[in-house]
Structures are given as structure tokens and as C-alpha cells.
Design a protein around this ligand. Structure first.
Ligand code: TTP
Ligand code: MG
Length: 602
């Protein structure tokens, strides 16, 4: 076998230099791991790249076989028997993880050392692991917990009850060796079995920086709340996205969003929906959006050309040389394509925020009600500060509130104050109808010690949306204005069913205006609405992704089955409602254990 001759020898042949990149230490997920490749040389350009990237992410490349090896990474064309033959062994040591070549890039993509037990990493010819309970979705997954780690910003916010899971921590079973210390530690933290939702959370996190896929448009990302000039936006600034989300879940609106996505992704026939380069195109599209925002004409042209060239390819373009062979793609773009395919992301995107213009853009994106189009327009018109906007720019009423209260809205709200806002609204609501209920959702419900805004769900047992909306809009909201609690109404009235009200409120004697969102929910939908309004956003995306993988559809109204889907999981039919009322039941039907709100921090 060819590997024998050259094992451990880095080929000195003419080979393209594979540039090492500096990955910040905390992102070096492979630190402490020792990789042995099979074949263990860097003759093949793809393997060379794989080895280089593994090293960039902290792995050591062991040239000679020994006890210190933690992972053996096998080329796809080779089999388990080839490995045994090469090693002169009859069995493979249980303490070493044996995985196929896609393992390192998948780990990088998910930013963690994944379980080597997953079937997708199985080396050809290797027996499937025995008698493990399979997860309810497609793939059998590891039984070990890969904890859903709280986002850093929320780690300090947890209530004491959240850490209680660790009391039941147990040592991992022996067969789990081969996984990283990090994963083991994560399993100890929760003491709970890894389930299908954990897989979805990993997936949702990994694509979090990319333009949304149709399935996780979470329906509220429609044009309904977006002011007219924002409607054509395609690039997804998270901040702008947040400003734009609405609760209009009409299929028509979802379709409009889908349409937008489709336009961004393809030009012609349906065949392009399956273009193997779609992911690369989506990342390049983000760069293109960035460069068009900063008026970088040449780069804009280069990216456009590359994207349209990639759209015409029927095969996946993975390497720099494949990319270079395509007319319209130059060296730099070819490098980027290779990087995207390998890491599923582009570092340049993360650095793209560094220019002075981008700082201004970020500032403008923080204005309530301003999306990326509006913020870029202000930038292009030469405004450089909030003062400029206040003094010179023609602003809508909503934008003026956003500019005038920029500082207020950027302040976190202490948990006690969120409660106080909730209590004032609850008192007013129950004065109008004692059976109506007010539930504080959002980060508060997840246990955060401070929140960005006040999210309130308003409902009533047995009630329909019309009743709740009428009570709120005609009686409660005007009353709260009169008593000096509500300060401004910010919602665009184009919400199709008017189920959400956005505004600003202030405590008696308080100084700061706070952002407050009221969500009007009929009894039949309260379970799905609570899932949606509790979040976090990545958790929601994971739940929707899980539903989608099971042929269902989850939105803030309910869980639907018999959903007809087209390419890219586009919804072709609304399906049949299976559950909307019971939050726990939705988890049950999706086949995953209940997660209390505090465990939904991803
Ligand atoms: P937010 O109030 O924006 O988020 P939050 O309450 O989780 O965090 P913060 O402390 O910053 O206010 O939205 C409320 C819920 O709406 C959120 O928990 C989940 C859902 N949501 C999504 O599903 N997708 C999104 O993109 C956003 C912004 C929110
Ligand atoms: Mg909130």
C-alpha cells in the first residue's frame, strides 16, 4: 500500500505552500490531541490542507505510530482492513479514535471536538457500534453529553438552580474514550444523555454566522415589519435582523422571505437549488454584501463574477486549483473558496468589521428600527454620528425615538426591573380582565440576571386572538399610556394579524426608557409561542431544524405535520396542526426530553 513507503515522511516534492493561519488559542479545539493520518503523509494536496488546518487548530501531527496517538484520520478511499493491515494488528486499540477524513473539518465547523462514535465519521469497513440506543433522528449519536454551553454573555446570569444538574454527574462509560477532555467535562456538567436536539443545536450554532436557511427563517423574518426601503435587504446583520423580526407568520410572508433567499442563491432553474457550491456561495455573498455596503466596486465585481461562475458549476469546487481552473476566479478568491469549503467559514468575514466605516455602520444599526439598508444609506449620505442623524437626517418618528433613546435602549435591564415592568402590565391587564395572564418571556424566562428588553406574553385560557388583541389595543395599552408607563409605540401597524406590539416603557420615578414587546397569544397557541418567545434564537432554530428533519414544521403558532417540502426545505404546504397549546407536548412529539427554559441557552 502506498502509505507504507512514505509513512511519516513529509513529501519534499513540488507542492503548493499551504499557509498556516493563526487561530486564537481559545479556538484551538484540537489542543492536546495527537493526530495520525492514514496515509500519514502530505503528498495529496487535500490531505496536506487537512493536516495543516488540524495543526492550526492545535493538533500535533504524529509521524510515527505510538501510544500517544489520540485520533487516526483515514482517507475516504481506504478501509478499516487497510488500516489494520498497515499496522500489522488484528484489532484496533479501543483507546484511539478512528475516524474518516471529514472528522477534522466537521469539528472545526462545529467548533468543538465531536464524538468520534458518530456514524458519519465511520471508516469504511468498520462495524457499527453495538446496542446503543439510537437517537430519534436520522443518525445514531453518541450517548455522551456534549453540554449545551451557555453563551458567554449569559454564563454569569444563571440562577443557582441551573447548575444543579452537575450534582448527578457520573463518570463516562469506558467506551467513550477517544473523545476530548472538553466533551467529557461537558457531559459531567449536565449529567444528561446527549440527544437529537443537541445535534441540532450544534448545527444551528455552526451556521449562525451565515445567511439564514429557509427552514430557520423563523417566519418572523419577513418583510412585514420592515420599512419599505429595508425590504430588499439580503445581508444579515444580527442586529438588524433582530430589529426586523416580526410575528406575522402568514405563509405568504414566509414565502416572500423564501423568495428573497432564493433570489440570493440562484438565478435560473430549479437545478441550482441543489448546487453543491451553495454554501460557498452564501458565504461569498456575505462578503459581497459587505463590499457593496462599503462601496468597494472592484471587489464587488470580483465577487459577483466568482459567485456567478460558481453557480454554473455542477460539481463541488473544493480546492484552490479547482477554483483557479474556472474562468472568472482569481487567486485570492480561489484561496477563499478553499478556506470556506474546509472550515465552512471565512475569517475575512470576521475581520470585516474593522474599518472606521463599519464602526459607524454598527453604530447606526443600533438605532431601533434601522436595518442594514437604512444604516448603509445614512453612511453613504455622509452621516457619521448620532448627532449628525439627529440634526440633519430626515427621520421617521420611530427612528427619532431610536436615535433619541439610543443610550437608554443599549442598557441592560436588571432582572428586578424587568419584573417591575411585568407587574405594572399585569395589573393593568387583570384590571381589564382578571382571567388574562401575563408571562415574562425572553432572556428573563431563561433565568438571565439582566435583559435587553422586556418580553411579555399576554394570553387567556380559552381565548381567541381577536379578544386578546382588542382588549390590549383598545383598553390596556391606552390605559398604560395614560398612567405614564408607556412612552412610545414603535410597532409598524403592517403586522398582518397585529399579534405583537412594540414600544417603550418607563418605571414611575425611573429615568431610562426600556424596550418592551407585547406578544398577544391565543390559548390554542400558547405552548408554541412560549417556546418561540423564550428562545434563545439558536435554540429556536435548532427546534425548527429538528422538526424540519422529521418532516414537520414548528413556528410560534404550533407544530405541524404532513408538511410538503420543496428544494432546500421550502414549505410548499402548511400541514396539519398537531400541537400548539402544550409546550411540553411539543418536545415529546419531537422525541426529545423536555428542557426547562434555563437550559435553552445555546
Ligand atoms: P429578544 O428579546 O430579542 O431576545 P432575548 O430576550 O432572548 O434576549 P435579550 O436579553 O437581548 O432581550 O427576543 C425574544 C425571543 O424571540 C428570543 O428569546 C427568541 C426569539 N427570537 C428568535 O427566535 N429569533 C431571533 O432572531 C430573535 C432576535 C428572537
Ligand atoms: Mg428580550
Amino acid at each position: 500500500m502506498p502509505a507504507n513507503a512514505k509513512t511519516g515522511v513529509a513529501s519534499g516534492k513540488r507542492k503548493r505552500k499551504c499557509q498556516s493561519v493563526v487561530i486564537p488559542e481559545q479556538q484551538q479545539i484540537f489542543r492536546g490531541l495527537v493526530f495520525f493520518f492514514f496515509p500519514n503523509n502530505d503528498v495529496s494536496p487535500l490531505r496536506r490542507l487537512r493536516i495543516q488546518r488540524a495543526q492550526d487548530y492545535g493538533a500535533s501531527w504524529e509521524r510515527t505510530w505510538g501510544n500517544n496517538v489520540t485520533h487516526v484520520i483515514v482517507d475516504k478511499g481506504l478501509t478499516f482492513q487497510d488500516v489494520l493491515k498497515h499496522l500489522g494488528q488484528e484489532t484496533f486499540p479501543a483507546s484511539i479514535a478512528l475516524v474518516n477524513e471529514s472528522y477534522p473539518s466537521e469539528c472545526v465547523k462545529f467548533r468543538s471536538v465531536l464524538s468520534a462514535m458518530q456514524s458519519r465519521f465511520r471508516v469504511n469497513g468498520m462495524a457499527a457500534p453495538k446496542a446503543k440506543e439510537t437517537s430519534p433522528v436520522d443518525e445514531p449519536s453518541s450517548t455522551a453529553s456534549l453540554a449545551v454551553k451557555p453563551a458567554r454573555k449569559e454564563q454569569r446570569h444563571q440562577t443557582p438552580s441551573e447548575s444543579s444538574g452537575s450534582q448527578h454527574a457520573e463518570e463516562l462509560p469506558e467506551q467513550e474514550i477517544g473523545k476530548s477532555a472538553k466533551e467529557t467535562e461537558a457531559a459531567r456538567e449536565t449529567g444528561r444523555e446527549r440527544d437529537a436536539l443537541d445535534d441540532m443545536i450544534e448545527e444551528a450554532k455552526a451556521v449562525n454566522h451565515l445567511p439564514l436557511e429557509p427552514f430557520d427563517s423563523h417566519d418572523e423574518d419577513t418583510t412585514a415589519e420592515v420599512s419599505e426601503n429595508e425590504a430588499s435587504d439580503t445581508s444579515e446583520s444580527r442586529h438588524a435582523e433582530k430589529k426586523r423580526r416580526v410575528l406575522d407568520k402568514e405563509d405568504k410572508a414566509a414565502d416572500a422571505w423564501q423568495q428573497k433567499f432564493t433570489c440570493m442563491q440562484k438565478h435560473d432553474s430549479k437545478s441550482n437549488a441543489d448546487n453543491p457550491n451553495n454554501r460557498t456561495i452564501a458565504v461569498l455573498q456575505q462578503m459581497l454584501d459587505y463590499y457593496s455596503r462599503t462601496d468597494d466596486h472592484w471587489r464587488t465585481i470580483a465577487y459577483r463574477k466568482a459567485i456567478s461562475a460558481l453557480r454554473r458549476q455542477s460539481k463541488k469546487i473544493a480546492t484552490r486549483s479547482q477554483a483557479l481552473a474556472i474562468p472568472g476566479i482569481g487567486q485570492r478568491l480561489a484561496d477563499k473558496i478553499e478556506e470556506i469549503v474546509f472550515t465552512n467559514r471565512l475569517r475575512r468575514l470576521e475581520n470585516a468589521n474593522a474599518t472606521p466605516e463599519d464602526h459607524i455602520l454598527q453604530l447606526f444599526l443600533g438605532v431601533y428600527g434601522a436595518g442594514i439598508t437604512q444604516a448603509s444609506r445614512w453612511l453613504a449620505q455622509g452621516y457619521k454620528s448620532l448627532e449628525d442623524l439627529r440634526a440633519k437626517a430626515p427621520l421617521s418618528q420611530q427612528q427619532r425615538v431610536g436615535v433619541d433613546h439610543y443610550y437608554d435602549f443599549s442598557q441592560r435591564i436588571p432582572r428586578r426591573e424587568v419584573e417591575a415592568h411585568g407587574t405594572i402590565v399585569r395589573t393593568a391587564v387583570q384590571k381589564a380582565d382578571p382571567e388574562m395572564q401575563v408571562i415574562i418571556g425572553g432572556s428573563y424566562r431563561r433565568g438571565a440576571s439582566d435583559s435587553g428588553d422586556v418580553d411579555l406574553v399576554i394570553t387567556k385560557p380559552g381565548a381567541k386572538i381577536e379578544y386578546i388583541r382588542t382588549m390590549m389595543i383598545e383598553t390596556v395599552v391606552p390605559g398604560l399610556f395614560r398612567q405614564g408607563f408607556l412612552q412610545a409605540s414603535l410597532a409598524n401597524t403592517s403586522l398582518r394579524d397585529g399579534s405583537k406590539w412594540h414600544g417603550a416603557s418607563k418605571l414611575p420615578g425611573g429615568r431610562l426608557w426600556r424596550r418592551i414587546d407585547l406578544l398577544f397569544v391565543p390559548d390554542a397557541e400558547i405552548g408554541a409561542a412560549l417556546i418561540y418567545f423564550t428562545g434563545n434564537d439558536i435554540f429556536n432554530r435548532s427546534m425548527r431544524l429538528l422538526a424540519s428533519k422529521k418532516g414537520m414544521r414548528l413556528n410560534q403558532r404550533g407544530l405541524y405535520t404532513d408538511v410538503l417540502r420543496g428544494p432546500q426545505r421550502a414549505n410548499l404546504g402548511a400541514g396539519r396542526l398537531v400541537e400548539g397549546h402544550d409546550e411540553r407536548r411539543i418536545f415529546e412529539i419531537l422525541g426529545v426530553p423536555w428542557r426547562p427554559p434555563e437550559h435553552r441557552i445555546c
